[in-house]
Design a protein around this ligand. Sequence first.
Ligand SMILES: *Cc1c(COP(=O)(O)O)cnc(C)c1O
Length: 369
Amino acid sequence: MNRPYNFSAGPAAIPAEVLEQAAAEMLDWHGSGMGVMEMSHRGKEFISIYEQAEADLRELLAVPANFKILFMQGGGLAENAIVPLNLSRAATVDFVVTGGWSQKSQKEALKYASESRIAASGHESGFTTLPAPSTWQLSKGASYVHLCSNETIHGVEFHELPDLQSLGSDAPLVIDFSSHVASRGVDWSRVGVAFGGAQKNLGPAGLTLVVVREDLLGHALPICPSAFDYKIVAENQSMYNTPPTWGIYMAGLTFQWLKRQREGGLTGIAAIEQRNIAKAELLYNAIDNSQFYVNKVAVNCRSRMNIPFFLRDESRNEAFLTGARERGLLQLKGHKSVGGMRASLYNAMPLEGVQALVTYMREFEQKHA
Ligand SMILES: *Cc1c(COP(=O)(O)O)cnc(C)c1O
């Protein structure tokens, strides 16, 4: 089947191989007589799916043994509350605000922390730059420092995580990696908690991945719901309550797909990262080499995953989107708070999809410039 290229920011495209396998197993998973959605989460069939998914993710992302992998629900937004419920100790928390998502996180933490401080902000630049770590005003004794390592709406990405200790802070770093999880490696030596909704790069909506360092378990506020207490979730292998079984299964198929990826002698995450670099370069070069399109994000923090761009003549936006849809290039409209266009190039987007987009952009420019 020849499917269109889907540039949605999320829920987003899933590799066709994964969808095909899920379709083939829909009515009868491995001769069990049951589809995955119909299984007990405590039965041996689902336990094997869960254990494989966890092991594959641990291997892919090289998650160290002193981190727990939790499969939760509620998405990235629920984690904006769940993180302070677990880690804030009702004290001060620091935020690095670099776009729409970290802004939301900072506001939600106000409900649980005594103070939710903005240690640094990219607001003045319209969130087109990342404030340099050396300028962050980190507070003494903060319970944690939060940042969004890839801002899905504004298209800025941390290409290196900060070393908080070298900035004079002992606080653990919390990262919202919803929209670039599994697109590149993670430097776990700099992370306390990483969380992300699955619907950008791992599978369907409804599953939230949390990776938490063991020493951060067991500090939840008394008001923290039991089902959201990281320690309780970890002690019950993410089965304190019924986990999102379908989401875990689909993410597991995606992890196996990732493990099969090959690129220039590399495998797994290293291979997909190489491909993601090539895809992003292709689109950024096309934008930068044109007088017709523009991307406003500083070159050193441009996201590989979410690329917002504008037509200099915005009266042509509708024509651009209509022509794109006719070519099978879907969901390119920008986020309402930013406008213009946005191309999300998650792992499931092949290089050919970006080539097709760039070709279309050139032709549209030639026709209308
Ligand atoms: C999509 C997204 C979220 C929100 O996820 P929900 O599943 O809608 O709660 C949070 N943070 C980032 C960086 C995102 O891209």
